[in-house]
Ligand binder design. Structure first.
Ligand code: ADP
Ligand code: MG
Length: 579
């Protein structure tokens, strides 16, 4: 527990003013509350010793004033301390997100998205609960207990000892049941995530479900989950249904003890009536701390566990970071070299000792079977990952000598799987270029062969792209991604199979346009279509992570290898289509 408060100490220190003010309000409120029964007792005793209306009036006024003070400071205590916990939650959430943005892709392949989301939401709010209500009620409970038990012991310590016998029992019941209810609740939460991901998947994949006529099977699956969910909820209801009566019984016993032991002392004239009433009021005041203690312990445990889960992520370091003194990089010429590059994914070799040179300003192409390592190769250039062995150079320098941000801002990268945000088309194209004008966006769209499609949309560039681009066709998505890359006016353009869903005619148009724009700049095209790559200055054929053929189109046709075979096959297909 101390360690987690150490981790949070910078945040607590930042809001120290609120912490001190809130705690101050808490102390004032608790003292005001603790004085009230004393006054009540004194009032009753003054009644039994002869009636003095002025004294009773004066005591009543004091009670009202104390209640007002208590109420006011209780309000401040809550507002200030809960506010502080919200502020800290806000700061933590910001630094968490800032940190997540810097992490490299290997982190995201290790953690599931749902898990990251859970940590950033549920765990964060558990930490807030620990810092706000947890800390507040813990201090309040302790102080109330010390004050009430202190005054009680001062008035009659033997009676106090007897009266407090059930207190540890109450706390024990709260802790035990709290834990039981907590684990059952956790399971229900887990179930609920299962159900929601199931629903989410079914909604997102509704087309697949229909196409494979899986509606009934999915319904059955869902029914099973739902039934389990109800069962668990009933088991939770059982636990919490037992909890309250048990607690009330224990508290009742505590009052019974005071009534009996206090009553007999009252009759023996060892205790005044005022003090007897006062004892009962203090007992009432102690009920809440006894209950709250178990709850607070639970809050603290949860907050602690959640903080550890959050810090596990915060302590992740980006594997791809800028060097201490990055080399300046303004206008890249676009010369790229791979020197004996080997890339392994957990022992599986994706690139095997690959060396290749791409002169500045040239257009090269990479072809090969799926899984031959094409995507892996191009991901190394903007340093989306680092090779296991060997060096990747841009303009003669190791890419690890540049700051990744500088390097990436010079590269237009269209990944194999396009990702669009649920924003307008224009915003999707202008992503990452804040200064983009309307004309620039339109020009990029034209270059990517998207203008006629956009002209057909009722809202044009303001058309909202559904989640992950669901409202667009595959080809439209790909071309939007190309427009996005082109708008950055990159010195190096990489298209990773980015024309696969575009028909050959459109492809031809796009390639011609790109050739004009990329004149004197470096372009890398990945495709399994000969039509895409035939005009490239140099074509590399990749197989099992190694370059097996290279040369221009006619060189490779002459060699009669993989490329020539691919060409023959596609030529035949075209002829068949023409028939
Ligand atoms: P291509 O783009 O030519 O289809 P890739 O570069 O995507 O090939 O993949 C090369 C090989 O590396 C494949 O066998 C693939 O399964 C593997 N691979 C690619 N990315 C990963 C990854 N993130 N983790 C593990 N293996 C991967
Ligand atoms: Mg690929």
């Amino acid at each position: 527990m101390r360690r987690s408060f150490q981790k949070l100490s910078p945040y607590l220190w930042r809001y120290r003013r609120g912490l001190f003010l809130g705690m101050g309000a808490l102390i004032v409120k608790d003292i005001a509350a603790a004085i009230q029964p004393l006054i009540l007792g004194a009032g009753i005793d003054s009644l039994t010793r002869g009636f003095a209306i002025s004294k009773v009036l004066w005591l009543s006024v004091l009670l009202v004033v104390l209640s007002a003070i208590k109420g006011l400071f209780q309000y401040w205590m809550r507002v200030i301390l809960i506010g502080m916990s919200r502020d800290i939650e806000y700061d933590l959430r910001n630094s968490l997100f800032e940190h997540l943005v810097t992490l490299s892709s290997d982190f995201y392949s290790r953690y599931r998205t749902g898990d990251i989301m859970a940590r950033a939401t549920n765990d964060l709010s558990a930490v807030r609960m620990m810092l706000g209500p947890g800390l507040m009620y813990w201090t309040e409970t302790m102080l109330t207990f010390i004050l009430a038990a202190g005054v009680m012991a001062w008035v009659d310590w033997p009676l106090t000892l007897v009266a407090l016998i059930p207190a540890p029992l109450v706390s024990l019941v709260v802790v035990l049941f709290g834990r039981m209810i907590h684990t059952r609740f956790e399971k229900i939460q887990g179930m609920f995530s299962d159900i929601s991901s199931r629903v989410q998947e079914n909604l997102a994949g509704v087309r697949v479900v229909r196409a494979y006529v899986q509606e009934d099977a999915e319904l059955k699956n869902f029914d099973r989950l739902n039934e389990e969910y109800v069962k668990r909820n009933i088991s939770l209801a059982r636990a919490s249904g037992m909890f309250m009566p048990l607690l009330q019984a224990l508290i009742g016993i505590a009052f019974l003890i005071v009534l009996w032991a206090g009553g007999s002392r009252l009759l023996a004239h060892k205790l005044s009536l005022g003090n007897f009433v006062m004892f009962n009021v203090y007992m009432g005041m102690l009920v809440w701390p006894m209950i709250a203690l178990g709850w607070v312990v639970n809050l603290m445990q949860r907050g602690n566990a959640s903080l550890a889960r959050i810090y596990e992520m915060i302590e992740e370091r980006p594997t791809i970071a800028a060097p201490a003194n990055p080399k300046p990089l303004v206008d890249v010429r676009g010369e790229i070299e791979l020197r004996n590059v080997t890339m392994q994914y957990g022992g599986m070799t994706a690139l095997d000792n690959v060396s290749l040179q791409i002169p500045a300003g040239s257009t090269i192409a990479i072809v090969g079977h799926t899984g031959s390592g094409k995507s892996t190769l191009v991901h190394l250039i903007p340093r989306m990952m680092d090779p296991t062995e060997g060096t990747v150079l841009v303009d003669g320098n190791d890419v690890r000598d540049y700051s990744p941000g500088d390097l990436r801002s010079q590269i237009g990268f269209v990944p194999q799987e396009t990702f669009l945000f649920s924003a307008s088309l224009a915003d999707n194209i202008a992503f990452g270029v804040k200064t983009a004008t309307k004309e620039q966006i339109e020009a990029a769209a034209t270059l990517a062969g998207l203008s006629s499609d956009i002209a057909g949309f009722p809202k044009g560039f303001d058309t909202m792209v559904g989640e992950r681009g669901i409202t667009l066709s595959g080809g439209q998505k790909q071309r939007t991604a190309i427009a996005r890359a082109v708008l950055r006016n990159p010195r190096i353009l990489i298209l990773d199979d980015a024309l696969s869903s575009v028909d050959t005619l459109t492809e031809e148009r796009i390639l011609t346009g790109l050739q004009e724009m990329m004149h004197g700049r470096t372009t890398i095209l990945i495709s399994h279509r000969v039509s895409t790559v035939r005009h490239a200055d140099r074509i590399f054929v990749l197989e099992h992570g190694a370059i097996v053929e290279q040369g221009n189109h006619s060189d490779l046709i002459g060699k009669g290898g993989y490329y020539a075979g691919l060409y023959q096959k596609q030529l035949l297909e075209e002829e068949l289509e023409a028939i």
